[in-house]
Design a protein around this ligand. Structure first.
Ligand code: UDP
Ligand code: MG
Length: 326
């Protein structure tokens, strides 16, 4: 394992990119300025790099980035085969950046304030192995995003997950954490939940967010839904407990209902029951289907885990000055 450098760490900025042709060059330039500043101020090591992970973009992102990486040694391009999703792209970058003392993951659209990096590195120098970026405001987001994000955190807490509110995947991790992550082979990846659960000394840096300057969000509703269910099913089995509990309660109710109907039958009363019957049947079928769905969700995850497939495949790595850039 590489010796951990606390004084002058080599920083790798890991940037997942999916169809970002509209903004990627502008972001790349801003990132380069930042890294050059930090190098010249002797905050980070000379071998710091910006590592783009092209997550199977269908637009011109690959060409733009490979040109940049061929011309300028500060950029490295790791291009994946196909679209694997944000979490897997992050993982690919983190696992590939084996020369880094520290990795900071940041989105390609630079909605997250890049100047927070200075504080990230400060916290690292003070001993933190994980530094979480937490957003101050959600001004850059529309109502829908704000609402879904808030409900999501509330629901996650209810489900027993300890994720940090308003922390996305803007964070610093040290080599120690990367080595620890290598031991985790789960294909059901949710870094926001996994990294806090490792228990390394951590710190928080607050930052402001901006609106996307170009292009659309790459997080479609279905990707958001997948992230949300992954977040829950990869960390807690509480939903399964809730199902058992609901089953228990409904069983109690049905026993009571059974006793009442037997008494009424003994008393020779007519059973008016059509509506009750209908409601109970509908209610019960609803619960049963929902429960089956939740169990199926977990079963699906077990299925994927047992296959133990790689989370990503690297198509090519492009870099100017290094024979072996990784
Ligand atoms: N992204 C990715 N693969 C995907 C979807 C998104 O690598 O399948 C990247 C995207 O290029 C961006 C980051 O993940 O750098 C976050 O996406 P986006 O900014 O669209 O999400 P939002 O900020 O709207 O949540
Ligand atoms: Mg964004």
């Amino acid at each position: 394992m590489k010796e951990l450098n606390r004084e002058l760490p080599d920083l790798y900025l890991v940037v997942p990119c999916y169809n970002e042709e509209e903004i990627i060059l502008e972001s790349a330039a801003i990132m380069k300025n930042k890294i050059s500043d930090l190098i010249s101020q002797c905050v980070i090591g000379k071998n710091s790099r910006i590592m783009f992970v092209n997550d199977g973009s269908k637009d011109n992102t690959f060409n733009l980035l490979s040109d940049a990486a061929r011309k300028d040694p500060v950029y490295i391009l790791v291009s994946l085969v196909g679209n694997t999703g944000h979490q897997n792209a992050l993982w690919a970058g983190i696992m590939t950046a084996s020369k880094a003392d520290i990795v900071i993951t940041i989105d390609a659209d630079l909605q997250q304030d890049i100047n927070a990096i200075d504080d990230f590195v400060k916290c690292y120098k003070n001993g933190a192995d994980v530094v979480y970026g937490v957003r101050n405001t959600r001004e850059g987001d529309g109502f829908f995003k704000k609402f879904t994000a808030l409900s999501y955190y509330k629901f996650m807490h209810l489900m027993g997950s300890k994720i940090l509110e308003n922390h996305a995947d803007y964070r610093l991790i040290s080599r120690k954490v990367i080595e620890a992550l290598k031991e985790y082979n789960e294909s059901n990846l949710f870094l926001r939940g996994l990294i806090p659960s490792l228990g390394f000394p951590s710190d928080i840096v607050y930052f402001d967010t901006k609106e996307r300057t170009g292009g659309e969000t790459k997080y479609t509703l279905s990707k958001m839904f997948k992230l949300a269910t992954d977040g829950i099913t990869s960390f807690t089995i509480r939903p399964l407990r809730i199902i058992s509990f609901t089953g228990f309660i409904t069983m109690l109710f049905s026993i009571i209902l059974a006793i009442i109907s037997i008494i009424e039958w003994l008393q020779g009363k007519n059973v008016p029951g059509y509506t009750t019957l209908l409601l109970v049947t509908l209610f019960m079928s609803g619960i049963i289907l929902l429960s089956l769905g939740v169990i199926g969700e977990y079963l699906g995850k077990i299925y994927l885990e047992t296959k133990n497939r790689p989370k990503y495949l690297i198509d090519c790595v492009i870099s100017k000055d290094m024979d072996d850039p990784l």
